[in-house]
Design a binder for this molecule. Structure first.
Ligand code: CUA
Length: 162
């Protein structure tokens, strides 16, 4: 008699967790829609593709920049500096027109320069791009706002507008 009660309790909780999981997956699957308009794989400028020499900050004209970033768990690749060290800070003169192009090697990441209107979801196989004018000087923290694993909180860099 008691076994029956426990058995049905076990099945009921199993069904409950499966429903929760399904709801989670469904909710997550629909979540990126609000950012879909910022994803435009055709917007990649031919002269500043994701070649290693084009990673990070590219000056393409006076006050016009393209920043290429490859995200991966748990890093943003902005290329290397003249000493061969990974670039973790990019400096852009204020008033510049900047096109950010971000892609990811592995899972979904976020790319948010806190305090600016740069905020994208980055999906594997796509280039998320966002063009903006940075006219407020300051140091902005770039961080990942999509949970991507244990090192999620370690994904950051800085953007300096001077
Ligand atoms: Cu990358 Cu969270």
């Amino acid at each position: 008699k008691y076994e029956k009660i426990w058995l049905s309790f076990g099945i009921a909780s199993l069904v409950f967790f499966l429903l929760l999981l399904g709801y989670g997956a469904f909710y997550k699957g629909t979540h990126p829609q609000s950012h879909a308009e910022t994803i435009d794989p055709n917007h990649v400028e031919a002269n500043v593709s994701f070649q290693p020499e084009h990673l990070g900050l590219n000056k393409i004209a006076e006050n016009r920049y393209v920043v290429n970033i490859v995200a991966s768990t748990f890093n943003y690749d902005f290329g290397k500096d003249e000493n061969g060290n990974p670039v973790k800070n990019i400096r852009i003169p204020k008033g510049s027109n900047v096109l950010f192009q971000v892609t990811t090697k592995d899972v979904v990441h976020g790319f948010n320069a806190a305090g600016t209107n740069v905020n994208m979801i980055v999906e594997p196989g796509y280039v998320s791009s966002y063009e903006t004018v940075l006219d407020k000087p300051g140091v902005y923290t770039i961080l990942c706002n999509e949970y991507c694993g244990l090192g999620h909180h370690m994904m950051y860099a800085t953007l300096e507008v001077y």
